[in-house]
Ligand binder design. Structure first.
Ligand SMILES: Cc1ncc(COP(=O)(O)O)c(C=O)c1O
Length: 338
């Protein structure tokens, strides 16, 4: 009838989104943030939101700067410390917001456990599944209520469209579609078409990227210029066993701390040739970011240190290039650190 309400191309994309996440319904939105704002439309004055501390900066900003203006309380706690996180639940908790693996230190949250305790107070559990992708993790199967994606990242995979997605099973969440029609945060048919094109290669890309990320993590682990590697695929990583129990692979995102702090990290990032320094993630091209000055620049030094965002931290989104080319590129960049 009218493209803000619906469009055959968007419907086709939403059917694919639903199929890959194993949901009964899905909504394609104009950005990841539009998807997050649409979920927030279920909140009312007096409600409480319990949000994981290691959350995407934009989610943090929306919740703390705008949502609280409507008489809604927001608490942040480390969802990796499950008992302490559960103790923050209130009778008024309407929404539990989770992200796993987390940004930027790739920590793993026990989604099954979170879904279980949130049910006790009737809270809606939402998982930002952007880093894991539906290829590797299906939060609805683990008992969560709503899955959210920044489709700008892996789902599209070509860094040429901004988009968001929501997937759910309970038909009560059909209100998301009504809200999106009302506020108009729906994508154009062309953006839906681009996303649908990207989805055709999602599994191929993610499996290749995960295998390459594991090879790179193993190369970095124990390298003389590296202090620490964050990647759940390493058996020494704190999230390894949990990731194995709730994911089908470990993903294409990893982070590592370069010796020499900020100078070391900047030297490595600026010496890379194949890997580009850029924002965003999940595309076919490998991208490196410096979280202290990029994605997490808005946090104070203390907040960064609480989250393990060390001055030497770099976050790598592994692309589809030959992994050996990437390792050689990283090796020559690390050789510049003294
Ligand atoms: C984990 C995560 N969630 C949500 C978003 C927001 O998505 P968008 O930029 O598509 O609005 C991002 C963007 O970087 C992200 O990394």
């Amino acid at each position: 009838m009218y493209t803000r309400y619906g469009n055959p191309t968007r419907t086709a994309t939403e059917q694919t989104l639903s199929a890959i996440e194993g949901s009964s319904d899905a909504l394609h939105l104009s950005s990841g943030m539009a998807a997050i704002a649409t979920v927030c439309s279920i909140l009312r004055p007096g409600d409480h939101v319990l949000c994981t501390r290691d959350v995407y900066g934009g989610t943090h900003k929306l919740l703390s700067k705008y949502i609280t203006e409507y008489g809604i309380d927001v608490t942040y706690a480390d969802a990796c410390k499950i008992d302490a996180f559960a103790s923050e639940l209130r009778e008024s908790t309407r929404l539990v917001w989770l992200e796993s693996p987390t940004n930027p230190t790739i920590r793993v949250v026990d989604l099954r456990a979170c879904a279980k305790f949130a049910k006790n107070v009737g809270a809606v559990v939402v998982v930002d599944n952007t880093f894991a992708t539906p290829v590797l993790q299906n939060p609805l199967e683990l008992g969560c209520d709503v899955v959210m994606h920044s489709a700008t990242k892996y789902l599209n995979g070509h860094s040429d469209v901004v988009g968001g997605a929501l997937m759910w099973n309970d038909e009560a969440f059909g209100i998301f579609r009504e809200y999106a029609m009302a506020v108009g945060n729906t994508p154009s048919p062309f953006d839906s078409w681009l996303l649908k094109r990207g989805l055709c290669t999602l599994e191929l890309r993610v499996l290749h990227q995960s295998a390459s990320a594991l090879a790179i993590a193993k190369f970095l682990d124990g390298h003389q210029a590296i202090e620490l590697v964050h990647y759940p695929g390493l058996s020494s990583d704190a999230g390894h066993d949990l990731a194995k129990s709730q994911m089908k692979g470990f993903g294409g995102m990893l982070a590592f701390v370069v010796k020499g702090g900020e100078d070391g990290a900047r030297t490595v990032a600026n010496s890379l040739r194949t890997v580009k320094v850029a924002a965003s993630l999940g595309g076919v091209e490998s991208i490196i970011g410096y979280p202290p000055a990029m994605s997490h620049a808005m946090l104070s030094e203390q907040e960064r240190s609480e989250r393990g965002i060390a001055p030497g931290l770099l976050r790598l989104s592994v692309g589809i290039e030959d992994p050996q080319d990437l390792i050689e590129d990283i090796e020559q960049a690390l050789s510049k650190v003294h």
